[in-house]
Design a protein around this ligand. Structure first.
Ligand code: PLP
Length: 365
């Protein structure tokens, strides 16, 4: 959709990346790192100064075990690489990995490349968890379940009661829970992000993925980290050593120093994104689109059924080519999309004048 948006000179609300820059103080730190000679390989698991500041924050947010920066955190070149290393480390040939559709597009191919079988089960029609279906989908070959909170594309969060339910289902099993939490610092309306690392019953099975690309509005920097107990992290590192070996050094020093000097930074990310969500949603309330709830991340799902009966991929193309606004058809996140679903995902991490220009178009439809 981004390529189509460029070709037709459309406003691009499709791919998930911010239109604005990382905080200037962080860019200064990167410049200082580059000029200060921080330009060679980092240790495999990442710069200790960064792992320490991450561990300190995670422990202050409440975790079910004390995060040890030495053994439990591995810095990686972006969440995608972290996900890939985790699947390679724990999925053996023929193992099943349960995903909930709609699901982020890198999971299934990475599982297949590890020799595993993605078992993609759809969320309920109202996007709540399909607990009965999950129960019946767990087999002796289930190695892992993937959760994504806050969710791409839905913008929904996995609640404490969802976690309790999952933990009780996985009691007395060794099934791992991989929780993709790249939007952990974009949660709205005083709701809480609940990490898999906060669930005591899952502490031996939990792996969390984070992305500085998202948290710093710097998706092009490709920097993230994987957190899990030492025994699990050791296995992940065995793969990671030969996948990338290390993430880029100047960004790691810069991130560590910036976070140390800005203890409240993450809170500001939710505030920025919530004001964008509100701006976009208020504008769309004047349109014929129906808005689905958005609790986190930077995506607004809209139902366009009162505007058109086209399938979502056709509608997305038509909107891009004819009206110069690009979104993503939600069917792209399914193995078996429902042909009657009329949903589009818009990314609202854009400057307000861009959002306003898109609203001017969307409200005329
Ligand atoms: C749910 C989810 N996981 C992972 C990623 C990839 O993150 P990174 O850019 O750090 O590899 C994205 C990026 O859009 C995402 O939306």
């Amino acid at each position: 959709m981004s390529a189509l948006a460029t070709k037709h000179n459309a406003i691009n609300l499709s791919q998930g990346f911010p239109e604005f820059n990382p905080p200037p103080g962080l860019i200064d730190k990167v410049n200082e790192s580059l000029l200060g000679g921080k330009n060679q390989y980092s240790p495999m698991a990442g710069q200790m100064s960064l792992r320490e500041v991450i561990a300190e924050r995670q422990n202050s947010w409440g975790r079910s075990f004390a995060i040890n920066p030495e053994t439990d955190i591995t810095i990686v070149p972006g969440a995608t690489a972290g996900l890939f290393a985790v699947f390679q480390a724990f999925v053996q040939r023929g193992d099943e990995v349960i995903l909930f559709d709609p699901s982020y597009d890198s999971y299934a191919p990475s599982i297949v490349l590890a020799g595993g079988i993605p078992v993609r089960i759809p969320l309920n029609q109202d996007f709540s968890m399909p607990w009965e279906l999950l129960k019946s989908s767990i087999t002796k070959r289930t190695a892992m379940i993937v959760v994504n909170t806050p969710h791409n594309p839905l913008g929904l969060i996995f609640s404490r009661s969802d976690w309790s339910m999952l933990a009780s289902l996985l009691q007395n099993t060794e099934i791992l829970v991989l929780s993709d939490e790249v939007y952990e610092h974009m949660v709205f309306d005083q709701k809480d992000h609940v990490s898999v690392l906060q669930i005591p019953e899952l502490h031996n099975q939990a792996i969390a993925i984070s992305s500085f690309g998202k948290t710093f509005h710097a998706t092009g920097w490709k920097l993230g980290y994987v957190t899990a107990k030492a025994e699990l992290s050791a296995e992940i590192r065995k793969v990671y050593q030969f996948l990338a070996f290390a993430a880029n050094t100047p960004m790691q020093f810069a991130a560590a120093e910036f976070l140390l000097e800005n203890p409240e930074y993450e809170t500001s990310v939710s505030e920025i994104m919530q004001s964008k969500r509100n701006f976009f949603a208020d504008g769309l309330s004047q349109s014929r689109f129906q808005l689905l709830p958005c609790e986190g991340a930077y995506f607004q799902i809209v139902d366009y059924s009162s505007i058109s009966d086209k399938r979502d991929s056709d509608f997305a193309e038509w909107l891009t080519i004819e009206h110069k606004v690009a979104g993503i058809p939600v069917s792209a996140f399914y193995q078996n999309p429902n042909p009657n679903q009329r949903l589009l995902r818009f990314c609202f991490a854009k400057n307000n004048d861009t959002l306003q220009k898109s609203l001017d178009v969307l409200c005329r439809l």
